[in-house]
Design a protein around this ligand. Structure first.
Ligand code: PMP
Ligand code: GLN
Length: 379
């Protein structure tokens, strides 16, 4: 059997969560909350299911949810999108990414991605016969050098994938980043995938900007987000893609055969939350900023050096004062010997830089963060 993904193994998230479970370690590796979602959301899920809404949803998603998504985009970014023709509900942002990449990328196409990159981008590009062109971002601030991006564009470049707020670094695009991106996309007739799953987690009163804010960029973009992140339900695997009508039509051709439609009761439950509890979304940044600050202050006595975190629920830390192990070995050692699991940064690079940096997820209860920090302050 000739593998279509010969260099791909099991994801680091599965590996580290499994190792954490095996060693009963505090799991700050894979990104997910260890606290319950809003009880009203769970009530809605149960109610809608009891009411009999258990069969296939319409292929693009139920209308009430698509309308709430359109209202959210309007509220957050002032952009009017058509729920009918421009919004598709997906089984997580992961599905949206795969479908959008499949819709755009043909054999021979080049796609620009920024390393460290979320691990699903490159395999999806490869499966569609494309080539990922990796541009490395560097510590401590991981900002994009747009001249370097311009220089990487060739006649074959078809797509650029951006992710702000950025997993794993916590870097957030500023106005200039979005403007530079828009200019390159227009100038070279590229398409853009804007992975905005952490859109509502932007800290320190910085502007929450989106590809939705830039009209011409939005005309060539698939903009995606995840209710897993926004409502603390990563296991529900519910997300969406906003794209212009013509791109949405292509997107849906593929979505209908990848999964057809997504979990029906969850669609109604999220639509209900968006309708009645929209302040939940706007409170998310303050909620996670508090956790970021709490985790940082708990780690003050440690030998970890924390890097800036402007958004997401991830904190990077340089451990070079503690160990000379490479980051993969260090994360294994930390998990097995000290019972705290983290994610090594090098696995998100095509060509890893020689830096000793790991990622912690701080979407955890105070007690979890305290217990982890206690250990981390002693190593
Ligand atoms: N993109 C990024 C940057 C992510 O961190 C995640 C979270 N796993 C996803 C996409 C996928 O989101 P979902 O869990 O909704 O599939
Ligand atoms: N997005 C999550 C993270 O970055 C993991 C998602 C997954 O397990 N595939 O940790």
């Amino acid at each position: 059997f000739k593998s279509k993904l010969p260099t791909v193994g099991t994801t680091i998230f599965s590996q580290m969560s499994q190792l954490a479970a095996q060693h009963q370690a505090i799991n700050l590796s894979q990104g997910f909350p260890d606290f319950a979602p809003d009880s009203l959301l769970l009530q809605y899920l149960s109610d809608y299911s009891q009411q009999g809404l258990n069969q296939y949803a319409p292929m693009p998603g139920i209308a009430p949810l698509r309308e709430q998504i359109a209202a959210l985009v309007q509220r957050c970014y002032g952009r009017a999108v058509c729920a009918e023709q421009q919004v598709t509900v997906t089984s997580g942002a992961t599905e949206a990414l795969f479908v959008a990449i499949s819709a755009v990328v043909a054999p021979g196409d080049e796609v620009i991605v920024f390393d460290p990159a979320y691990d699903s981008y490159a395999p999806a590009i490869q499966l569609n016969g494309g080539t990922a062109v990796h541009i490395a971002l560097n510590a401590p601030d991981y900002r994009i050098n747009w001249q370097q991006v311009a220089d990487a564009i060739t006649a074959r470049t078809k797509l650029i994938v951006v992710n702000s707020p950025h997993n794993p670094t916590g870097m957030v695009f500023n106005l200039n980043d979005w403007q530079q991106l828009q200019q390159l996309v227009l100038q070279h007739n590229l398409y853009c995938i804007s992975d905005e799953v952490y859109e509502h987690m932007v800290f320190d009163a910085a502007l929450q900007l989106s590809a939705n804010n830039f009209a011409e960029l939005a005309q060539r973009s698939f903009i995606m987000s995840s209710f897993g992140k926004t409502f603390h339900v990563t296991g529900w695997k519910l997300g969406y893609c906003v794209a212009p009508g013509a791109l949405t039509a292509e997107f849906r051709k593929i979505h209908q055969y990848v999964t057809f439609s997504s979990f029906t009761p969850a669609q109604y439950a999220i639509a209900g939350m968006l309708q009645h509890q929209s302040q939940q979304v706007s409170g998310l940044a303050a909620f996670y900023q508090y956790k970021r600050d709490q985790f940082a202050s708990l780690l003050q006595g440690s030998r970890l050096q924390l890097l800036p975190c402007q958004g997401t629920y991830f904190q990077l830390a340089d451990y070079s004062a503690i160990s000379e192990l490479d980051d993969v070995a260090f994360c294994r050692w930390l998990t097995t010997e000290h019972k705290v699991a983290a994610i090594p940064l090098s696995v998100f690079y095509n060509q890893p830089p020689q830096r000793r940096i790991i990622r912690f997820c701080f979407a955890k209860q105070s007690d979890t963060l305290k217990a982890a920090a206690e250990v981390l302050c002693q190593i």
